[in-house]
Write a protein that binds this ligand. Structure first.
Ligand code: ADP
Ligand code: MG
Length: 246
């Protein structure tokens, strides 16, 4: 299980996350929705500790770290927790001078010190899973955006993270290319991959998310089962936001 308890994140005087608590069941998908600037990306970055929360607890499986203002948590503990996560970014962020398969192998060989042969085998399996076995030796620049994002998903999954974090994974893509990424993410969801996904794509969220969290100005305004929140939002703020998307 993945959980955030009473997370606060401040940048200077600006409090970007206010007492956020969420829990994601193992094997479940959570969608983070809400207006731009509401804190979705910061929340994802607090789960993998690319941002260090000002205060609060981050829990991934049996590991938990609690942060307090002014007290420092050991870098090794932060790295250990971060390694249990995989991240997919809006703009793919593949290494341009590495082929598709090398991109997927990277974390396995450099961070986990796997031998090259074993890493390559695992990377090829994952490329096959995202439908890109035939592009293993292609350079990122020769791939479509949808293909690049599928390589990025394979790369994020390579070290078998406990949770896959996706920040607007389809936002940079034309609808047709977004569709192939939605298909891959749906397949992963069906297989029980635990995911937290920030998205503007209501179709993506309603297809694959079990749970929805609506964040506005750093506050959880509404949370609940995806079908209920999208069909019958309880809060005025959520209703207005969903109306702008549909
Ligand atoms: P969202 O992903 O929902 O659009 P973000 O998490 O990116 O929202 O941003 C939430 C707020 O935090 C915004 O007001 C943004 O300007 C601010 N913010 C995000 N990152 C930083 C940072 N590194 N330094 C200062 N302010 C930041
Ligand atoms: Mg964002």
């Amino acid at each position: 299980m993945i959980g955030l308890e009473n997370i606060e994140k401040r940048f200077g005087d600006h409090t970007v996350l206010k007492n956020v608590s969420v829990e994601i069941d193992e094997g479940s998908v959570m969608a983070l929705v809400g207006p731009s600037g509401g804190g979705k990306s910061t929340l994802l970055r607090c789960i993998n500790l690319l941002e260090i929360p000002t205060s609060g607890t981050v829990r991934i499986g049996s590991d938990a770290l609690t942060f307090h203002p002014g007290s420092k948590v050991a870098t090794s503990a932060i790295q250990k927790l971060r390694r249990q996560t995989g991240m997919v970014f809006q703009n793919f962020q593949l290494f341009p001078h590495r082929t598709a398969v090398e991109n997927v192998m990277e974390g396995l060989t450099t961070v986990l010190k796997w031998p090259t042969g074993r890493a390559r085998e695992r990377a090829l399996e994952l490329l096959d899973k995202v439908g890109l076995a035939h592009k293993a030796d292609a350079w990122p620049a020769t791939l479509s955006g949808g293909q690049q994002q599928r390589v990025a998903i394979a790369r994020a999954l390579a070290p078998s993270p406990k949770v896959l974090l996706c920040d607007e994974p389809t936002s940079a893509l034309d609808p047709e290319l977004a569709e192939e990424v939605v298909e891959v993410l749906s397949q992963l969801a069906r297989e029980g991959t635990t995911m937290v996904m920030a998205t503007h794509d209501l179709r993506l969220a309603s297809t694959i998310a079990r749970q929805v969290v609506f964040l506005d100005a750093g506050l959880v305004v509404e949370t609940g089962p995806a079908r209920e929140v999208f069909k019958n939002p309880q809060r005025e703020r959520t209703k207005r936001f969903i109306a702008t998307l549909t």
